[in-house]
Design a protein around this ligand. Structure first.
Ligand code: SF4
Ligand code: SF4
Length: 169
């Protein structure tokens, strides 16, 4: 991925923070796929235009250097950074063109249907994951980087617990 090469040019402490963010984001993305992909795949709103449209959230609380990296990641994934019909400029026909560099407020989104599905499948065990996602989604990379990374670790801990339950069923 191009963005892994580009962060070499960032200065510390931003560089170290982004490296850690990317590592945690890889694991979060894997867990979200494991826990939500099947449900989203059958959701009519996942078709063609994706289901999200939060242009003002797409880069919120991200330092300017990271917004440039978001643009590179988007282009690498087939985006053209053009906003159509009022949709977020990172939208493509396949959905969001950001994977690892989604802003926390986009990454942390669990729609009502997904939350209900997680509760149906995991009962009360779903709550720590839902709550960790909610808290992480409110963090700012710009203002509170260490809390943001801790929030990601909380999401991963809670997500792994659900993954273990899923594997044991
Ligand atoms: S996030 Fe929600 S609205 Fe979007 S595809 Fe998944 S279930 Fe559907
Ligand atoms: S960045 Fe991605 S997840 Fe966020 S609003 Fe844009 S398309 Fe949706």
């Amino acid at each position: 991925m191009i963005i892994f090469d580009k962060i070499e040019y960032l200065e510390e402490p931003l560089k170290g923070m982004i490296q850690e963010y990317l590592e945690l984001a890889c694991e979060m993305d894997r867990l979200l796929n494991c826990l939500t992909r099947e449900y989203c795949a059958q959701c009519p709103r996942s078709l063609e235009y994706g289901c999200c449209n939060f242009p003002e959230e797409a880069s919120r609380s991200m330092p300017e250097a990271i917004v440039r990296l978001q643009e590179m990641e988007s282009v690498e994934n087939g985006g053209d950074l053009v906003s159509r019909n009022g949709l977020c400029r990172f939208h493509t026909k396949k959905g969001c063109s950001l994977v690892l560099l989604k802003s926390p407020s986009c990454f942390g989104q669990l729609c009502d249907d997904l939350r209900n599905d997680l509760r149906k499948r995991f009962g009360r065990n779903a709550e720590p994951f839902i709550e960790a996602m909610r808290k992480f989604g409110r963090k700012s990379m710009e203002k509170e980087p260490s809390e943001l990374l801790e929030g990601m670790r909380d999401v991963i801990r809670a997500g792994k617990a659900l993954e273990d339950i899923k594997k044991s069923n």
